[in-house]
Design a protein around this ligand. Structure first.
Ligand code: NAP
Length: 554
């Protein structure tokens, strides 16, 4: 609906993003009887799972746990086919949900929100949007000509934590004559790697999933690795119908049990409370071996102190290093693949045949930790020492400007025109990851300062959407027009997040959790470890009349 030559259309809420957060938020707003418009950059729902179509893309949370719980009928009717859902299946699930609840009619696709400004006079949000500009770096400036304007009482961001792709600023990238893509912006039509010389830059979760699959068809695959990563076998397999039926027979129980887990997942694993330092290394390795066979994050549940204590972490890391040495035939290549950081301080990767792939004749590992990529040329890549790699395709698996990038690329302005980028100049400051001082009636689903990426995203999304829905309901019932996080509560919350993170090994390496992967980004630990305590705190805040928020009457 164009509003260029008339007064803007008004909605109770504007939601930015039609991934799992935006879809459930829309459903919830409708339940409350509110009008809502959802803006989505892609041409369909699914968010992360719309964009990440790269070969091998698969979720690292099990299917039966990586799905909505808000409607028991939906839970029962959807049949997952594999232990871990692949991207196409998750996308089909998202589409099913959108159709089932008739969500499509309130979502405007191919549209990016370019600006959202709080109007001090009217107390409303003014939201501008424009046709989406598709570009691999996801951050391309939109064309201003076609801008549309609406107003809303609430601005709800559902932009995802890993949506703003990071394409490194390497000289010459625009001169490359072959095909270029980013895993998080993968072309819908796919890329045919057959008979081609492919280079992939980056060995995080995306790269490690894509590498074995691309290697199967490419003529040659060159892997440019800056930092080696720990990876644990996913052991994906077709889902046993009996297992699925068993979970569905008492789904509620699994959901409730998951909410008591730090990562809001994996309640069916055995999470050992003991310390690895209390057992002999042989016994510990036996336990790790058993979990290596099971596959998945069960590995980290072997002992409770792996994520907290350096000495404990070393034992688990040594086990994985041994596995890498056993798997990779060339000892020199194995050495280069062995990480030196704590295991788990970067997001642990679940893989399928990753290390084994380096035994293939058509795969070369290139260490670019010191001898960095100096230039991308029309024919390929040139390193600082002058070594050249001729390539037909370059795949950037270089990650994201995580957690804040997607919010800051929108020009969001709070009271008095305060840009969010200025409010967050020293790193993101939120209260509960849900509210920002000076940004009234703005809610950030899975925002920085909430567990989000350190936990099962779907559980986190549902918890946030339910909380926001209850909050709006409370405001309407009690005649409040605005809600806004206070400075004091926000200050205390940021300190709390840092304190909790400091009890773990997370802050010890250069991860995207800290913003360390983006040159110039302020280093602040952004997600909050520990779902159960966090969810309890949110409940307490609500029960105390939204303590830490200022509520302003109509
Ligand atoms: P990532 O973990 O940030 O990995 C990016 C990779 O690119 C790293 O190896 C990084 O090296 C490298 N890199 C970045 N900039 C570079 C540069 N200028 N030159 C050379 N190398 C560079 O990104 P990701 O693999 O896309 O994963 C991001 C997150 O998305 C994951 O941690 C996970 O939470 C999520 N994800 C999940 C799944 C799943 O569910 N299975 C799959 C994919 C992604 P450094 O390590 O040295 O920075």
């Amino acid at each position: 609906m164009s509003t260029n030559d008339q007064s803007p259309v008004h909605y109770d809420a504007v939601v930015i993003g039609a991934g799992f957060a935006g879809m459930y938020m829309l459903y919830k707003l409708r339940q409350l009887g509110l009008t809502a418009r959802v803006y989505e950059r892609g041409d369909d729902v699914g968010g992360t799972w719309y964009w990440n179509r790269y070969p091998g893309a698969r979720c690292d949370v099990e299917s039966l746990e990586y799905c909505y719980s808000f409607d028991p009928e939906l839970e029962q009717e959807w049949e997952w086919t594999e232990r871990y859902p692949g991207q196409p299946e998750i996308l089909r699930y998202a589409q099913h949900v959108a159709e089932r609840y008739d969500l499509y009619r309130d979502i405007q696709f191919n549209t990016m929100v370019t600006k959202a400004a709080f109007d001090d006079d009217t107390g409303q949000w003014q939201v501008s949007s424009a046709p989406a500009v598709n570009h691999i770096d996801h951050n391309h400036a939109p064309n201003d000509d076609d801008t549309d304007h609406v107003t809303a009482q609430y601005l709800i961001t559902a932009v995802g934590c890993l949506s703003s792709s990071n394409v490194p600023d390497i000289a010459g990238v625009d001169t490359f004559q072959g095909e270029v893509c980013h895993t998080g912006r993968y072309p819908k039509e796919g890329i045919d790697f057959a008979g081609k010389r492919v280079g992939i830059i980056g060995t995080g979760s995306s790269g490690i999933q894509a590498i074995p699959v691309i290697a199967e068809t490419a003529d040659h695959l060159t892997v440019f690795q800056r930092t080696p990563q720990y990876a644990i076998p996913a052991r994906n397999h077709p889902l046993d119908p009996a297992e699925q039926a068993e979970v569905k027979a008492d789904y509620h129980r699994l959901r409730e049990q998951n909410k008591t887990q730090q990562g809001a997942l994996g309640a069916r694993f055995d999470w050992n409370e003991g310390s690895v330092l209390d057992v002999e290394v042989e016994e510990a390795f036996k336990e790790f071996e058993a979990r290596w066979e099971i596959g998945g994050f069960a590995f980290l549940g072997a002992y409770s102190d792996i994520a907290r204590t350096p000495e404990a972490n070393h034992v688990a890391a040594d086990f994985v290093k041994q596995k890498i040495r056993e798997t990779v035939q060339d000892p020199e290549v194995a050495d280069r693949l062995i990480p030196t950081t704590y295991i788990g301080c970067k997001r642990l990767v679940l893989d399928t045949d990753y290390f084994k792939t380096f035994n293939r004749d058509n795969v070369t590992l290139v260490d670019i930790s010191e001898n960095v990529i100096d230039e991308i040329t029309p024919d390929g890549v040139r390193l600082t020492d002058g070594t050249r790699y001729d390539l037909d395709v370059i795949v950037f698996a270089t990650g994201y400007d995580a957690m804040t990038g997607s919010l800051l690329r929108i020009n969001i302005q709070g009271r008095g025109g305060l840009p969010l980028a200025e409010q967050w100049y020293a790193g993101p400051r939120t209260y509960l990851g849900l509210g920002v001082p000076d940004f009234p009636n703005m809610f950030t689903i899975t925002g920085p300062g909430s567990p989000s990426v350190l936990a099962n995203m779907i559980v986190c999304i549902e918890q946030h959407v339910d909380w926001i829905g209850d909050c709006i309901d409370y405001m309407r019932a009690n005649g409040h027009r605005h809600i806004e996080a206070t400075e004091e509560a926000t200050e205390a919350w940021v300190d709390h997040v840092n304190l909790v993170a400091s009890y773990t090994l997370y802050p010890t390496c250069n991860s995207w959790y800290l913003g360390a992967n983006i040159p110039g980004k302020t280093r602040v630990f952004m997600p909050l470890p520990g779902f159960p305590d966090y969810a309890e705190k949110c409940e307490q805040v609500a029960a105390a009349g939204y303590e830490g928020f200022a509520l302003i009457p109509s």
